[in-house]
Design a protein around this ligand. Structure first.
Ligand code: 3PG
Length: 307
């Protein structure tokens, strides 16, 4: 009997776990759960004899993969797979997958939750500003970017996007204005929403030269990854520009600096919350379970991210 471990330091909702269990049970596999684990050693022990692994942002590094002697497949129930050591997966013939699109709407809705909170002076009673009529720049027009654009239209925003991998026709068919360079996006838009993955070419890439281009009343909203921000340079920009607001779904490493210097101009979720809805948990968790079943039953490798 195949053993499937759901290892989630930040657990799925109960509804999602029940539905994952149903998929795994129907396949005749055994479901194991490791939730809210406190130490990496708990994860090392739990993976020891499992055939398949479902995770969220849990770090699956070479130590975990070394301990997982029977592992054939790991599915990141979500979009970004920067937490998976793909090189080690490939060297051990472990298939790594993600579940693209399944939690995108949840992330996009949080973008606007944070935006309204941020520009309404965090509900302190002071007069804030509105989104209507403002320019929104979507930095990377993938699944989340698409939903962000849709919602932004409802707010009456002008929507722009930069993504060298997405055709101008596709963006235009969604009422989104493509721009030709990252610089043009930041120069044009008061609000920029980040949706780039964290990888070798994006880490630290959101820097002072880019952020300084943003017009007065700039708001940077980051539901992507904290690693893509050059934190030292963001701090410089916020020091130089009292109009600049930074909103992020997870605190930066230098959160203390923000607390000391930029009160009222930043907001950080205490834990990454973008995908933390019942719906997104169910969509991503069930998709992960189904992908595992179809991998074992028919060798289906759709959504494989390592080669
Ligand atoms: C993702 O990449 O899918 C999101 O960042 C969600 O991450 P989480 O599953 O850890 O909440």
């Amino acid at each position: 009997m195949k053993r499937v471990l759901v290892a989630t330091e930040k657990p799925f909702s109960k509804m999602a776990v029940d539905q994952i269990r149903k998929v795994v049970d129907e396949a005749g596999y055994e479901l194991r759960l490791l939730e809210k684990y406190k130490s990496p050693s708990d994860l090392l022990a739990a993976v020891a004899d499992v055939d398949a692994l479902i995770v969220r942002s849990d770090k699956i590094d070479c130590n975990v993969l070394e301990s997982a002697k029977n592992l054939k497949i790991v599915v990141r129930a979500g979009a970004g797979y920067d937490n998976l050591d793909l090189v080690t997966c490939s060297s051990k013939n472990i298939v790594a997958m993600n579940t693209p699109g399944q939690n995108s709407n949840a992330v996009a809705e949080l973008v606007f939750g944070m935006l309204v909170y941020g520009i309404r002076k965090q509900y302190t009673g002071a007069a804030g500003t509105e989104l209507r009529g403002k320019s929104l720049g979507i930095h990377a027009y993938g699944n989340v970017g698409y939903y962000v654009g849709k919602i932004a239209h409802g707010f009456g925003m002008k929507v722009y996007a930069y993504d060298p991998y997405v055709s101008a026709d596709r963006m235009q068919s969604h009422g989104v204005e493509p721009v030709n360079s990252i610089e043009e996006l930041y120069r044009t838009c008061e609000v920029v929403s980040l949706h780039i993955p964290a990888n070798a070419s994006t880490v630290n890439s959101i820097n002072k030269s880019l952020l300084s281009l943003m017009p007065k009343g700039a708001v940077l909203v980051n539901t992507a990854r904290k690693e893509v921000i050059n934190e030292a340079e963001l701090v410089e920009v916020m020091n130089e520009r009292p109009d600049f607001i930074y909103l992020s779904d997870i605190a930066p490493d230098n959160a203390d600096v923000f607390k000391q210097q930029f009160g009222g101009r930043y907001f950080f979720t205490p834990k990454k919350m973008g995908a933390q809805t019942d719906e997104a948990n169910i969509n991503a968790g069930v998709a992960a379970a189904r992908q595992i079943v179809s991998f074992f039953t028919s060798g289906d490798e759709t959504f494989r991210v390592n080669r």
